[in-house]
Design a protein. Structure first.
Length: 131
């Protein structure tokens, strides 16, 4: 009698596990698979509020996002007037390893900027000649 009960429990357990596996496999097959679609880029640095110095190199850090990644430096000075912001620098086809050493161009005007990395925008930070 105990053996029959154990067999029934084992069969029910196998059916449940098979059902879970089949459901997970079906969801996996139906997911969007273009690069970067699964995750949004999470920007670690800059976090916002930093003061970066022209000519100095900083390591931009992130995780997730598309492969390859693109980085845009955005001048936000026109945003308060409702105008679109301008792209001050563009870098394409960067291997998505979560970090990139970026030298702040010395030709930029002092102001408030943000980075567009992968598929997300950083919080704003200041770029100036010196602290």
């Amino acid at each position: 009698m105990a053996m029959k009960k154990f067999t029934k429990i084992a069969i029910v357990g196998i059916i449940i596990i098979a059902g879970i596996f089949a459901f997970a496999w079906t969801k996996q097959q139906n997911r969007i698979t273009y690069p970067g679609a699964e995750t949004e880029t999470q920007i670690i640095f800059p976090m916002g509020g930093e003061s970066l110095i022209k000519g100095k190199t900083y390591t931009l850090k992130w995780f997730g996002g598309p492969e390859p990644i693109a980085i845009f430096l955005i001048d936000t000075s026109l945003k308060p007037e409702g105008a679109s912001s301008s792209t001050s620098d563009r870098i394409y086809n960067i291997k998505n390893i979560g970090a990139y050493d970026y030298q702040i161009p010395e030709t930029l005007k002092d102001g408030i900027y943000e980075f567009y990395i992968g598929n997300n925008t950083s919080k704003t930070f200041r770029i100036s000649q010196s602290n």
